[in-house]
Design a protein around this ligand. Structure first.
Ligand code: C2E
Ligand code: MG
Ligand code: MG
Length: 704
């Protein structure tokens, strides 16, 4: 074996029929370190080459028999110029023979007489040139082999994004056909956003010479395919992109993820998956300053099924339980937020293991939704389960922990929901229990209140009282405000503070408010026909009512049906509504306003109403909140604000009603400040309809 550090000396074959020429050539070449073989004529030379190909040939043109040109031609049939380089030695330096020498495949030529001192150098030079061509060819062949062998697609790109060359991956039929890309530009073959990202990477690869990699997804044949592209600079203004289809890998990853994240029996998320989701939801809920409910479910009597009917049956039951839970617990029909714009919060359901399931409800305002879910779970499992030919009944004990009250991290909440679940079991199974007793009580109470309101509406327990609004210059009753009361069967007559919030939050305010409007219109219509109607009747509105479709039309229907002059109706709005800025809402109000209905802004001063907002809506009057009236003499601020409100209202041409006037001193102060219309206990409290009616009749009898 030859040592690469000391390669063997090159062999040269001298072919010449002239003995002296051969001798002199040998002499010159041996001095330059060549090993020299000789041949006297063309035939011998061809035999020698056949026998042992030399590293270089010095070939005389003029020989008897086969001449040098023919010898060269024959050698080139088998060997390339870089494999056996040939220097032709011509007797004449005419152009024709030089041309012919190159045509038949000579690497170089020399004319006789030979310049002996440079022969060795010339020979070495030709040898080196041939060697470098050979190396280049090897390199290219190797590269071509690599390109043929790798399964990736290969693209050559110019810095401006033009695709100069493209090759398909070896042995693959990719969804992409690279050769169709040749000559096009990246933005023409990739979607816009991806093209930009790709161009950035290309730019960086060429600028910095650093390998760039990006992963992307493209739709193909109605399926998403995933690719990984690596970009490497190949010259000043070019880069090579190796693009690999990694769809298979991604699919495998997904399979592994499913195995790691889902319970194989029920297809539900498993514990790890659930805990990760829960952590995320806790962060979100914290940001929103809302609440999260965690329900921990344990099946009652499952162990017995497993023990008596076997695990196979147990699995069937678990699967059926999972199925029913998934079906029954679709969040949209549970956590309804009538009138609210934000989408319903998500619901996360998982199997922790054994017969334990968990449910997380993020973005809640209170615990009610959790209790509704608990009740749903019970009804989902109420139907007996059919196993083989037997029917078995299964219940669930449910523990509920609330964020942030019962814990702020997933582990604590899970632990406390579990504890609550044990309390539920102790209490006789198939029921639910909250972690904190106070919350349990509160939730139960709230739920009962909502139920009672619903029943109260059905049973006609609600009534309206009426409070006069008085013009203090002549003590005339210019209007009345309808105020809601509830004749509760157990708790007696209730004021709105006892139930209006629950009605708002549950959405019950919508049917309740509809009833109020109807009753007020009916009453006002009756008074109108009796000829004792006050100039105006005011009704309080909740924002939710206004956001119901066709609200304005409904109001006009009522007014018409009860024969009430729409100019007598005042709708009292709250500041939140006015600030809302919803153009659809404004349009509704303007429509009603055009029909003659008045609008008053209730409880003015405690919110943040800006004059700009006021002007967008057809509001005709302000009601100064009773807290200001109440503070007139104790709080200099209140007096200042009240005076300012009055001045502003005068400026804008708005009427003002002062609410909650209880003393003559308050009345006098307000009159001094320019307010003449007032409402309050000083004149009359809210009165049942009959008493109000008597007052109205009296007023007619003895005009002020
Ligand atoms: P509001 O619209 O500001 O009604 C005036 C409240 O002030 C009434 O309370 C009335 O009884 C009380 N009030 C009147 N004069 C005086 C006084 O001199 N001193 C004091 N301290 N209070 C006085 P009420 O009837 O308890 O109603 C409370 C709130 O409930 C109402 O405030 C209104 O916002 C709401 N509300 C009442 N009825 C309805 C209704 O039918 N629908 C809606 N959505 N809300 C209603
Ligand atoms: Mg009011
Ligand atoms: Mg008010």
């Amino acid at each position: 074996m030859s040592n690469p550090d000391f390669p063997p000396p090159p062999r040269v074959l001298i072919v010449d029929d002239d003995y002296t020429a051969r001798l002199l050539e040998r002499e010159a070449l041996e001095q330059s370190g060549f090993i020299v073989d000789e041949a006297r004529d063309g035939g011998t030379a061809l035999d020698a080459v056949q026998h042992q190909p030399p590293d270089l040939m010095l070939l005389d043109v003029d020989m008897p028999g086969i001449d040098g040109f023919e010898v060269c031609r024959q050698i080139r049939r088998r060997w390339a110029a870089c494999d056996i380089p040939i220097i032709m030695v011509t007797g004449m330096d005419d152009l024709a023979s030089i041309n012919l020498a190159y045509e038949v495949g000579a690497n170089d030529f020399m004319a006789k007489p030979i310049n002996w001192p440079i022969l060795g150098h010339r020979a070495r030079y030709v040898l080196r040139a041939a060697e470098s061509v050979r190396t280049q060819k090897d390199l290219e062949a190797r590269q071509a082999a690599i390109v043929r062998a790798i399964p990736d697609m290969l693209f050559t790109l110019r810095g401006d994004g033009t695709i100069l060359d493209a090759k398909a991956g070896a042995g693959r039929r990719d969804a992409i056909q690279p050769r169709l890309f040749i000559g096009r530009r990246v933005p023409d073959v990739l979607p816009e956003e991806l093209a930009t990202e790709f161009a950035d990477n290309l730019h960086r690869a060429i600028q910095d010479g650093m390998l760039q990699a990006l992963v992307f997804t493209l739709p193909a044949d109605g399926q998403d395919r995933h690719y990984e592209a690596r970009l490497a600079r190949s010259s000043q203004d070019q880069a090579v992109a190796v693009v690999r289809d990694i769809t298979r890998e991604k699919q495998n990853e997904e399979k592994i993820r499913r195995l790691a994240y889902y319970d194989p029996l029920t297809g539900m998320p498993n514990r790890q998956h659930f805990v990760e989701r829960l952590e995320q939801e806790l962060q979100r809920t914290a940001r929103e300053r809302r609440k999260l409910a965690l329900l921990f479910l344990d099946l009652d009597g499952f162990k017995r099924i497993n023990d008596t009917l076997g695990h196979g049956t147990g699995d069937l039951v678990l699967r059926e339980v999972a199925l029913r839970l998934k079906e029954k617990l679709r969040v949209s029909d549970i956590v309804s937020r009538p009138g609210a714009e934000d989408p319903p919060p998500p619901l996360h359901l998982a199997r922790l293991g054994g017969d334990e399931f968990v449910i997380a409800l993020p973005s809640l305002d209170d615990a009610r939704a959790a209790i509704q879910i608990a009740q749903r779970v019970r009804s989902a499992l109420a139907r007996p389960f059919q196993v083989e030919d037997a029917e078995v009944s299964i219940g669930a004990s449910i523990g509920i922990a609330m964020y942030p009250e019962d814990g702020t991290d997933a582990a604590t909440l899970l632990k406390h929901a579990d504890t609550a679940m044990y309390h539920a079991k102790e209490r006789g199974r198939n029921n639910w229990q909250m972690y904190s007793q106070a919350l349990t009580d509160q939730a139960v109470e709230r739920l009962k209140l909502e139920n009672d309101i619903r029943k109260g509406l059905e049973r006609g327990e609600f009534v309206l009282h009426y409070q006069p609004i008085v013009d203090t210059t002549d003590s005339r009753i210019t209007g009345v405000e309808a105020l809601l009361r509830w004749r509760h069967p157990e708790r007696g007559l209730l004021e709105p503070s006892a139930f209006i919030l629950a009605a708002e939050e549950s959405g019950l305010i919508v049917p309740l408010g509809r009833w109020v409007l109807e009753a007020a219109c009916a009453q006002a219509g009756a008074w109108q026909r009796a000829g004792i109607a006050p100039a105006r009747i005011a009704v309080n509105l909740s924002g939710r009512q206004l956001r119901m479709p066709d609200f304005s039309r409904g109001v006009m229907d009522l007014v018409t049906r009860h024969g009430l002059d729409p100019g007598r109706l005042v709708l009292e709005l709250t500041e939140g509504l006015v600030m809302d800025g919803d153009p659809a809402l404004a349009a509704e109000l303007h429509w009603l306003g055009a029909a003659g209905v008045h609008f008053a802004l209730d409880d003015f001063g405690i919110g943040y109403s800006s004059i700009a907002h006021l002007k967008r809506l057809p509001i005709g009057s302000l009601k100064i909140d009773r807290s200001f009236v109440h503070g007139l003499f104790d709080n200099p601020n209140d007096a200042g604000i009240t005076t300012a409100i009055l001045a502003m209202a005068r400026h804008l041409g708005l009427e003002v009603v002062a609410e909650g006037v209880e003393t003559a001193a308050e009345r006098d102060f307000l009159r001094e400040a320019g307010c003449r219309t007032m409402q309050g206990f000083l004149f009359a409290p809210p009165l049942p309809a009959a008493e109000m009616e008597a007052l109205l009749r009296d007023a007619l009898r003895e005009p002020a």
